[in-house]
Design a protein around this ligand. Sequence first.
Ligand code: DGT
Ligand code: CA
Ligand code: CA
Ligand code: ZN
Length: 581
Amino acid sequence: MAITKSDVVDMLKELVELTTLDEGDPQSFRVRAYESAYHAVEGFGGELKGLSMAQLQKISGIGKSTATKIRELYDTGKVAKLVELREKHPVSVLALLKLPGVGPKAVQRLRAELAIESIEDLRKAIQLHALRDLKGFGQKTEEKLAKALERMGDEGERRAPISVALPLAERICAQLREVPGVQQVAYCGSLRRFSETVGDLDIVVATTDPAPAMETVLAMPIVDRVLGHGDTKASFVTRRGLQVDVRVVAPSQIGAAMLYFTGSKGHNIKLRQRAIERKMTLNEYALAETESGRVVASETEESIYAALGLGWIHPVLREDAGEIELAERGTLPLAIEKNAIFGDFHVHTSLSGDGHSSLEAVVAAARARGYRVLAITDHAEGLPVSGVGAQALLDQRDRIRAMQAELGDALTLLWGVELNIGKNGELDYDAELRNQFDFCLASVHDHFDLDTAAQTARVVRAMQDPCVKMIGHLSARMIGARPPIPLDMEAIFRAAEETGTALEVNGGLPRLDVSVDVMRTARDRKIPFVLTSDAHKDSELARIENAAMNAMRAWIQPDRVVNTWDRSRIEAWARTKGGSA
Ligand code: DGT
Ligand code: CA
Ligand code: CA
Ligand code: ZN
């Protein structure tokens, strides 16, 4: 079994989660040790495989006990401690930890006192009002959890959030690309369409030699249970219960296979109808003449669309929402290309308690991406643990100004901050300090349980503050874990238009906030959208591309997106409130 660095990262992440549950304390010594090792390995440039115990321990953040486990994983393919923890804390119990307000101590209590071992058990217990008298819970918490479970629905339990699905799919694809004979690998299905949650992964492989590709994928440590496999097909389930379907095709058929398995089903049906109207048949192997069977196109998606009289349709648009009609008329929304994104407006440094990269590293990463504008927006002081005091931010301003002097014209740095929207819409610091910043965004980070009127009022009040240029992650949701706060969207849109406040399109996969649905509703409003990475380390600047995908899904045209404007227009927008879209 070939263990890769990603498997080590996986192991450490799982050790963090399971040890937290085991000890009932996310800040315990052991948890923090695994956590720092996790960040160390993730950020480590080289290979770990050949390193000895001594060499591993030389990496900052890796201690002896973790080094032993890393060696154990490479040498034996598993880690005894992890096996033991998995037995004590099954996946169904881990799911409880994802619920809002449920920490490791609460999970321990639910298990010990009420024998709750899964979300299903919890639902039943809540129906019986068993949490009311449980220490640390009470009636209010019970009602809160009931609401959260209700909003989550059954679907939330079955479907994987994109934050889990995408990295996993990328890993499987990367592993398959290493196999001799493999020419192309792509994840398809709802993930390629950039759905917030996915039912399963659909991976398509083009190769001249199917057997080694199949063997490789089934030997990956993420495989928990094989559901079935043949010469060109395999299905398995990961430990977290995500199903993966892998299909192998000949290189000449990859376009047809990708088109078919990307869907959506509705999009495919429309395409097939078009084929029939043109006396052709479309399936997962090819577009062919119905009568003669002659293959018209199969190797690329472009050639198939072209033979059907259409330009290539971006996967995020393939939802059978009128995109084929637009393609026919040549009026599809324009793509928001990576190289058309000129800046980022929500980025943290290690000054924030939850940030991992220095200001210098973040700026270097922004330059490497060719940015022209970068707003540094660490957390304002109201956020527990992560927030930053006024003096530290003023010191940061001096550092930013000094860097700017050195950078010259290459990149405009904006000294910014991410303010917290208080319960009644109040903001951190005093107005005098707030108005000194080059750029402020304001976000909801707490009080998720207020009703629609109260939530709407606090956000609108924040928008009315002259320093707030943008509302960060509007709904505060965490996909699959925390429902969006209830908001009167019409009132929010009106306030955004009246105050000239932009809405953030947050590219962090756990958030993807504002959602596609909200963007669709706001498509014809005069509200600028701003793509951001909300990066907490330099490598996460790339998350801005997720935001672009989501905006494209909502058919937002590039000119509505601040990041694509030219530099002087961006700077004018950032510095004065009320710039129009
Ligand atoms: P999911 O997995 O529920 O998030 O959604 P999808 O879209 O990935 O659905 P899935 O995995 O069942 O199938 C992947 C793609 O395969 C789907 O988007 C379109 C194609 N497909 C599956 N079944 C059919 C079918 O009966 N007819 C057609 N035309 N396409 C299908
Ligand atoms: Ca799927
Ligand atoms: Ca599937
Ligand atoms: Zn942030």
